[in-house]
Ligand binder design. Structure first.
Ligand code: URA
Length: 244
């Protein structure tokens, strides 16, 4: 990794503002390889040097990649005047400035959501040009599932308002339960795909993004860092390299 300013390293790794990091430096709370350093502009190699803040070792990662099991009623944005946002569920130790959800789930949808502070990574997840599959389980209010509807989803569904989805997969799981795979993120897309065909979605739960299923051990409202293996799996749907 390249060199980084000490005040930036401290603010990023400890979740502090840059001015709080500078205050910590000025008060002598920072040791680099055992030497007290007060100069925030000192250049540090995070792979080779050890930085302690008040005796606690700091681990610097340029970007954060988190997975959340979003519960009902929270909104997938960074701030909202009326409802709690997904950021309120991020553990304090993982909160950092610039964190945002990579793609949205509606307020009343649940399941897998990725948060990051890496804009180009988020773009690979949400951009329809990358064709990254998003898989949902839905519960409907009417038994409309049929071979004809499966064929309709495979062609692309008219969504109303002059919009049409690209081809998707519908897999019935029961009279009113199905699994749907889409490759883009049009506003309220899955709900509209069923509305146009005579049923309302009662429950919508995202179970997979790209090649990575939602961790069944992550509780509702839980949020943790993605492992390197999981990050790789995200972009290798079904073991294939991502379409570009
Ligand atoms: N489609 C929807 O309609 N809602 C979601 O939250 C995700 C996909």
């Amino acid at each position: 990794m390249s060199l980084i300013r000490l005040d930036k390293l401290i603010s990023t790794a400890a979740g502090l503002s840059r001015s709080d990091a500078k205050r910590q430096l000025a008060s002598g709370s920072v040791l680099v390889d055992g030497c007290r350093i007060r100069d925030g502009s000192a250049q540090i190699d995070p792979d080779r040097q050890t930085v302690l803040l008040n005796g606690r070792k700091l681990y610097y990662r340029e970007h954060l990649y988190l997975v959340m099991n979003k519960p009902l009623g929270v909104v997938s944005s960074t701030d909202d005047p009326d409802s709690p946002t997904v950021l309120t569920l991020v553990p304090k130790s993982l909160l950092r400035r610039g964190l945002f959800p990579a793609g949205r789930l509606d307020k009343y949808s649940t399941g897998m959501l990725i948060l990051t502070d890496d804009g180009s990574f988020a773009h690979r997840i949400v951009s329809p040009n990358h064709h990254l599959p998003k898989v949902y389980e839905v519960e409907l209010d009417a038994p409309i599932l049929s071979d004809a509807l499966v064929a309709e989803f495979a062609k692309g569904v008219y969504l109303g308002g002059g919009e049409r989805s690209s081809p998707s997969q519908l897999e019935p799981l029961g009279p009113t339960r199905a699994r749907v795979t889409i490759y883009e993120g049009i506003y309220h897309q899955v709900r509209r795909m069923f509305d146009q065909n005579g049923a309302h979605v009662l429950r919508l739960h995202r179970v997979q993004i790209g090649g990575l299923p939602l961790d069944p051990t992550l509780p509702e409202g839980g949020c943790r860092e993605l492992t390197d293996r999981e990050l790789k799996a995200l972009f290798t749907p079904n073991g294939q390299e991502e379409c570009r």
